[in-house]
Design a protein around this ligand. Structure first.
Ligand code: BGC
Length: 348
């Protein structure tokens, strides 16, 4: 169902357009063209409750006034690029900075802050497209991106990305949904998480990688066996630098977008489980350490740790680290960037 929101205008002066998908189980997933943003996911539970599992704002225009990237499609390069630069042909190439000297999530006007074109939609599918011009946020070449969302009968939200460029450019697209499987207004640290990764990337207080990939063994970063986010919260110096978990994990090489999950997450009341599958090499675990003040669904504000993001990505700052054990993030003209992530929800 397509709903133009006629009373509120986006920064480009046109109305926001919302699309709601619905499956035969009664689950709904809502998206908007601004930022190709995932606004809502409502799952019917066994006891009749219909539970909202995503953080979000009360109205579309509030998304423009927040810097948490709630549900947004993030690009061209999700996560951070140190000092907003990389090398092309051994020459420094400068991007537009938006977090001190660094670039975060594609720059000050990243893909989250753009009107995406709705290519088509049906009851259980919607596709968006964005053309990003040469030089956009400092990136070389024109890039055409597509994101496809499919809501399956078995409550999988399948997200697939595709992009092409006309100049060599690093590409890293993700969705920045924050989940709270207990519903709105609960501390997400009570959730149990399992993450299929043996190594994570240490970062400095700016979120910039500051050491090589490091084993999670015997640290609070280890989620190979399920544990609550609270259990080892702030235990490691790595967490203390950034007020909690805000780290990229290199997934097991066997993880994929269909049958070997990257992560499992359980609500604290054990009524909802989410499983994440992805073709991406890494997952950023972010416990909402800086969510304070973000507009919520009821006209109030979120507190820190109100939701958790599990962002499928290349490792942060990959354009400057060609030796890390993952596929190249650089896309050449004629090649197609593809990435797929599935969030599957279970009412237990
Ligand atoms: C980053 C956080 C940042 C958040 C919102 C996450 O992906 O890792 O450091 O605060 O996005 O910008």
């Amino acid at each position: 169902m397509l709903t133009p929101v006629s009373t509120q205008r986006a920064p480009d002066g046109s109305p926001f357009q919302l699309v709601t998908l619905k499956n035969p189980a009664g689950t709904t997933a809502t998206f908007m063209d601004w930022g190709a943003t995932w606004l809502s996911f409502v799952l019917p539970l066994a006891d009749g409750e219909r539970r909202e599992l995503l953080l979000g704002c009360q109205s579309p225009e509030e998304y423009v006034n927040q810097s948490a990237y709630l549900g947004a499609t993030v690009g061209r390069y999700a996560n951070r690029i140190a000092r907003s630069q990389f090398q092309i042909d051994c020459k420094p190439h400068l991007l537009v900075a938006n977090q001190g000297v660094h670039q975060l999530h594609g720059g000050p006007e990243g893909f989250n802050a753009r009107r995406w074109k709705i290519l088509n939609y049906t009851e259980q599918k919607v596709s968006f497209q964005l053309v990003s011009p040469d030089g956009d946020q400092g990136y070389p070449g024109e890039l055409t991106a597509e994101v496809h969302y499919v809501l399956t009968d078995d409550n999988r939200l399948e997200i697939s990305y595709k992009a092409q460029v006309d100049k060599l450019c690093p590409v890293n697209l993700t969705n920045h949904a924050y989940f709270n499987l207990d519903g709105e207004g609960h501390d997400v640290r009570k959730h149990r998480l399992q993450l299929f990764a043996e190594r994570f990337l240490p970062i400095d207080s700016d979120g910039i990688p500051c050491a090589d990939l490091t084993s999670v063994q015997q640290t609070g970063m280890d989620f190979r066996t399920p544990k609550t986010l609270a259990q080892d919260f702030l235990k490691d110096r790595d967490q203390q630098r950034v007020k909690g978990y805000d780290h990229a994990y290199l997934l097991y090489a066997t993880c994929n977008a269909s049958d070997n999950p990257a992560a499992n997450l359980w609500s604290s009341d054990d009524k909802v489980k989410m499983t994440v599958f992805t073709s991406a090499p890494a997952l950023q675990l972010y416990t909402g350490n800086f969510l304070n003040g973000t507009p919520n669904r009821t006209g109030g504000q979120y507190a820190n740790y109100s939701g958790v993001a599990l962002e499928s990505e290349f490792l942060p700052d990959s354009p400057n680290h060609s030796t890390w054990p993952q596929p190249s993030c650089w896309i050449k003209p004629g090649q197609t960037y593809r990435s797929a992530t599935v969030y599957q929800f279970f009412a237990l």
